[in-house]
Ligand binder design. Sequence first.
Ligand code: ZN
Length: 251
Amino acid sequence: MCFTAHPKAGTAIHISSFTPLIKAGAAQAGAMLAADVLGRAAGWGALGPGPRTRPQVALTFDDGPSPRTLDLLMVLERHGAPSTFFVTAPNAAAHPDLMNALAAAGHQLEAHGIWHRPALLMPPWKEWAQVRWHPRAEQPGLLFRPPYGGHSPFTRLLARLAHRQIALWDVEGRDWLALPAAELAQHTLGQVCPGSVILLHDGPEVTPELLDLILHGLEERGLAPVLVSDLPMQRIGLRAGLGRLRASYGR
Ligand SMILES: [Zn+2]
């Protein structure tokens, strides 16, 4: 689900005539890989998990609102679990009633962009609009979660100009996979630590059941779900970024 650059191998017979093209392609692939490493994988400078010393975690849902939102709301209400929803502009516009229901239930609303595309595939003017859009009124300190987490140091510059902070995660619920909820829950709970920010999606059929299992598991471990602003998320520093890099590329 994550964007990575794959340099193409040059195998043409008349390779010399293609050399400038190959060089340009390699340079572009190298630049994209570097941006991917600095942005998505390491996340240096973006917001990541909260303090590992408090028994709290943050549940986050990307891509909504959707026809699945009410099911998620019911599970969250049953467990008394405040959560954060990173919504897209088209889905927020299509479901104003669900946006109101999320806000009324005390959940946090943050931005997941206008176009569900990695930032590295967008021209700068489009990325500027992408970073600036937010479901709440213009206020400082609002969060933007780039689609697929794909972003570059340039995205962070745009976010800074737009008074946004880039919010990533450290645990994936992997609810885009066609696996039983119990298996996904076991894997997710195996990754969770105090301070974790858990990525789930508002849309997949498995997510409400998975959410229920995760919440039971968190309760057993004495980990309380809180809003990302109450965690609070912390800036990913050098050491934490290196750890994320190892997890992204090292396994
Ligand atoms: Zn998404």
